[in-house]
Design a protein around this ligand. Structure first.
Ligand code: SF4
Ligand code: SF4
Length: 357
């Protein structure tokens, strides 16, 4: 069995209005309207971009998709959950203000931004999945309560999961803080000898797991929740993961959590990967103007999240002439565990038919 993945070529050079038009054309060509019914509360899953990040997908690129949902008489709302790390998306209030600053607001797009996991990322519902790593997962409360999902993921590399795309957006981005901690729990970083004792990691660690002595920073592995904040803030490349040993567990966890998020959304969710401004790191990084690892490709969409991510990775690797891990500067990183585990637990298929629009 194969799943259809629809692709429309696009470039940011067309401007947000042009990208929005392309996304709407794709929505119609792929017949995505079938996923939505009048009066649905429809979660439009987005990433508003961390404060300082300039390469996230801009709010105006989503206008056409939102207009399609409104024409279908659904009640769409922009949504994303609180992060583990302590940036501007760490709680619902700061997150909503940042979203508005980046144009993801009622004033600009005509629909509100609502965090589905409450003020502090603790509003959750346990969903039974009976998978190898997790018998149940903790999904953001209002993601379970809403009737349909339109997911808009920005395809990027990812420091821990290799690819930041739809599976990551759904599995990590639609679950509660406790669920995020469980997914990251296998990742335990270590500090190398090039530590300069700058103290940034100690300041930002949400688990108070880092202390400094006269020589370097040290991480208490029992306290560490594997959130990767220290990797993100260290400017001296001193914090290291054992990627080979731990990365596949994270990827499998993400796939299982995505299964939980989508458990009651069969036929009621569609997924878009924006293969534009494809950067080495994800939009949680506050670096401005991160360079692209490949030129803009377009927008891909499917009702099968596994086929969509596999097709998107293939497109990026074809454009870059190498494996994704190598393109983002870490040959030891791979995404195979995520795709194959997602397939094995019944989330979708990696076999796809690419339909160019
Ligand atoms: S942020 Fe990096 S350099 Fe600074 S103390 Fe932590 S490990 Fe050392
Ligand atoms: S030491 Fe662990 S908990 Fe602290 S920032 Fe690093 S990964 Fe997160």
């Amino acid at each position: 069995m194969t799943s259809k993945v629809y692709l429309i070529p696009a470039s940011l050079r067309e401007g947000p209005g042009g990208v929005s038009h392309k996304a709407r054309t794709l929505f119609r060509a792929a017949g995505m309207a079938r996923c939505f019914k009048p009066n649905d509360f429809t979660a439009v899953k987005i990433h508003v971009g961390e404060h300082g990040n300039t390469t996230h997908i801009k709010a105006d690129c989503l206008r056409g998709l939102i207009e399609e949902l409104r024409a279908l008489k659904t009640k769409p709302f922009l949504t994303d959950t609180s992060t583990l790390y302590s940036g501007r998306r760490h709680n619902a209030v700061d997150h909503a203000i940042l979203a508005a600053e980046h144009g993801f607001s009622l004033e600009n797009l005509g629909i509100p931004f609502i965090a589905p996991d409450g003020l502090f990322g603790t509003s959750e519902t346990a969903v039974r999945i009976d998978c190898p790593l997790n018998k149940e997962v903790l999904v953001a409360y209002d993601i379970v309560r809403c009737q349909s999902i339109l997911s808009c993921a920005h395809f990027t590399g990812h420091v821990a999961a290799c690819a930041g795309a739809t599976l990551k957006t759904i599995g990590m981005g639609c679950t509660s803080r406790k669920a995020k901690m469980r997914q990251h729990a296998s990742l335990k970083p270590q500090v190398g000898d090039n530590c300069t004792l700058c103290g940034q990691c100690e300041r930002y660690c949400p688990a108070d797991a880092i202390t400094l002595d006269q020589v370097k920073a040290h991480i208490d592995r029992d306290k560490c929740i594997g959130c990767a904040e220290c990797v993100a803030v260290c400017r001296f490349d001193a914090v290291k993961y054992d990627w080979g040993a731990e990365n596949p567990v994270l990827q499998k966890n993400v796939a299982e959590h995505a299964l939980g998020v989508l458990k009651d959304k069969a036929g009621r969710a569609c997924f878009f990967n924006f293969l534009l401004s494809i950067t080495k790191d994800c939009d949680c990084f506050d670096n401005p103007d991160m360079p692209n690892i490949v030129p803009d490709i377009g927008i891909a969409a499917s009702t099968d999240p596994v086929a969509l991510d596999k097709a998107s990775i293939d497109l990026v690797e074809q454009a870059g002439g190498d494996r994704l891990g190598a393109l983002i500067g870490n040959k030891n990183l791979d995404y195979d565990a995520q795709i194959s585990h997602a397939e094995a637990i019944g989330l979708g298929t990696a076999r796809y038919e690419l339909v160019e629009v």
